[in-house]
Design a binder for this molecule. Structure first.
Ligand SMILES: Nc1ncnc2c1ncn2[C@@H]1O[C@H](COP(=O)(O)OP(=O)(O)O)[C@@H](O)[C@H]1O
Ligand SMILES: [Mg+2]
Length: 507
């Protein structure tokens, strides 16, 4: 008899329905899996055989069993097909009834003793099931809260194979999983708060502008000035994620196997701070079975690159495309695969190799040429993607020991959210989200200057020898500063502030 059970494969974040066909016929006793399975899927047949046996069920030892995973051109990896294969075998041998498996998707790894274990990627799999109009999802019991994030699906939490067999035989139903609380009720907490950071008012202001307009930032300053602390506080002033954004981020962490068990839906904006020794694949994603890289784990959040010039040139250049598109494409033998990677880049660096160039207290020991070489490690085109450059000087002792708290992140975030709301209205019906996304056409449309503004920018361009790119950058920033000010018009003082955030070579 031929049994058909539905499962799911993931290509990047996209799910593809997989039909697991099990044929049980007379002939030379054998067990074969066909349909482009990787080694882990091949091992599945042994696990399934043993798990079925240890569950007090029957595996047809003297028959010819063929398992086909279709469509054949989709690469199937990992142990997640154990459960659908086992169910297929049980149906093909008349031990459970096929109608119970209709309209359902099965996913899960089997232990040899028949218990069902966690698999990665449950959330995108559940989304795929829903998109295809399936009604029921059989998942490892530990993964039920994650699967239940997708509404309108009946989630059946499976502890072990005997329990599932009893359910499919109609003997003892497994109650569907009911989430105990809606995960959206509690607002996210952030590790660091702007209130704790003393002084650095102009840096905080620049970071507020960056958050408001989605602009990338580079902080330059000596060691101990608080750059890392400021960067870590950045997610706390970004707008709260929408449910849609939360689901996007959660899918990525689900595939990477990085979802904390107690927190099925990620509410906190990601903050990723990879070390400069990170591999290319670690940063942008890849590997034989491609995993999302740090830039995708930072999706909708902050990618913090400390010691910016220490990252290899090739590594830094690989950021250019994702910074442009908000996605990263990974080339593979079987085709290209795409992961989302829309992050805010926050970079930090010392002004020179020793770190103290321009510091009033500490003497710099670097030669001029060493400083120039250090600063040139970041290419012009990459610098062009960073709208805001800020100097972060060391904080004086009195300020550091001052007990008074600064403005809390929540208050800053409220202003950022208002500025973002203006941008959402402005860009409604376009793919743009923030001012940082504007191209030359939008800049022309939304960043009109009056005569005073024109005069100011013209003078600045002449005196500071600014390029056309710098001109556009100034207009985009001025747009954001005006949005923070609640003003549709860009005023002269908005422009004046924007001009301060231009990049400076220190020497
Ligand atoms: N403005 C500040 N307010 C409060 N603490 C600060 C400030 N600047 C630095 N610190 C303290 O100094 C430590 C070092 O700062 P850090 O952010 O690592 O500096 P940097 O990254 O610029 O080298 C921080 O852990 C923090 O405790
Ligand atoms: Mg640091």
């Amino acid at each position: 008899m031929l049994a058909k059970v539905t499962s799911c494969a993931l290509v990047g974040l996209e799910g593809v329905l997989i039909e697991v066909e099990v044929d049980n016929s007379s002939g030379f006793p054998s067990l074969v899996i066909v349909g482009l399975p990787d080694a882990a899927v091949k091992e599945s047949s042994e696990r399934v055989r043993t798990a079925i046996h240890n569950s007090g069920l029957h595996f047809p030892a003297k028959r010819r069993v063929t398992i086909n995973l279709a469509p054949a051109d989709i690469r199937k990896a990992g142990p997640a097909y154990d459960l659908p294969i086992a169910v297929g075998v049980l149906i093909a041998t008349d031990q459970v009834w096929s109608h119970e498996a209709e309209d359902a998707l099965f996913i899960g790894e089997l232990s040899l003793d028949g218990s069902v274990r966690h698999v990665n990627g449950i959330l995108p799999i559940a989304a795929t099931a829903q998109a295809h109009g399936l009604k029921r999802l059989f998942v490892p019991a530990v993964d039920a809260p994650e699967a239940a994030l997708i509404g309108d699906l009946e989630v059946i939490p499976v502890e072990n194979l005997p329990q599932l067999a009893a359910h499919l035989q109609g003997l003892k139903a497994i109650p569907p999983y009911r989430p105990t609380e809606t995960p959206l009720q509690t607002p996210p907490r952030y590790a660091a708060d702007f209130a704790e950071i003393k002084g650095q008012e102009h840096v905080k202001r620049a970071l507020e502008v960056a958050a408001a307009g989605g602009h990338n930032v580079l902080m330059v300053g000596p060691p101990g000035a608080g750059k890392t602390l400021l960067a870590r506080s950045m997610p706390s002033i970004l707008p709260e994620m929408t449910v849609e954004e939360s689901l996007e981020v959660t899918k990525i962490y689900s595939i990477a196997g990085m979802l904390p068990a107690e927190m099925p839906l990620i509410r906190r904006r990601p903050f990723r701070a990879p070390h400069h020794t990170i591999s290319h694949a670690g940063l942008v994603g890849g590997g034989s079975w491609p995993r999302p890289g740090e830039i995708s784990l930072a999706h909708r959040g902050v990618l913090f690159l400390d010691e910016f010039p220490e990252f290899g040139t090739r590594t830094l250049e690989s950021l250019r495309q994702p910074l442009e598109d908000g996605t990263v494409s990974i080339a593979r033998a079987t085709g290209t695969l795409t992961f989302p990677a829309r992050f805010m880049l926050v970079a930090a660096m010392n002004p020179c190799p020793c770190g103290y160039y321009g510091d009033p207290v500490h003497e710099c020991t670097c030669s001029l040429s060493a400083i120039q070489r250090y600063q040139k490690r970041i290419s012009g085109p990459l610098m062009d993607r960073i709208d805001i450059h800020i100097e972060v000087p060391r904080v004086e002792y009195q300020k550091l020991t001052d007990d008074r708290l600064g403005e809390p992140s929540a208050a800053i975030r409220a202003r950022v959210e208002q500025a973002r709301a203006r941008q959402t209205r402005r860009f409604a019906g376009t793919p743009l989200r923030t001012n940082a996304d504007m191209g030359p056409a939008e800049i022309r449309q939304y960043c009109r200057l009056d005569e005073a503004g024109n005069n100011l920018v013209r003078a600045a361009m002449q005196q500071l020898q600014l390029s056309a790119r710098a001109f556009h950058r100034i207009l985009k920033l001025a747009r954001t500063i005006a949005d923070l000010d609640g003003s549709e018009r860009i005023e002269t003082h908005h422009l004046a502030e924007a001009i301060q955030y231009r990049p400076r070579r220190v020497v």
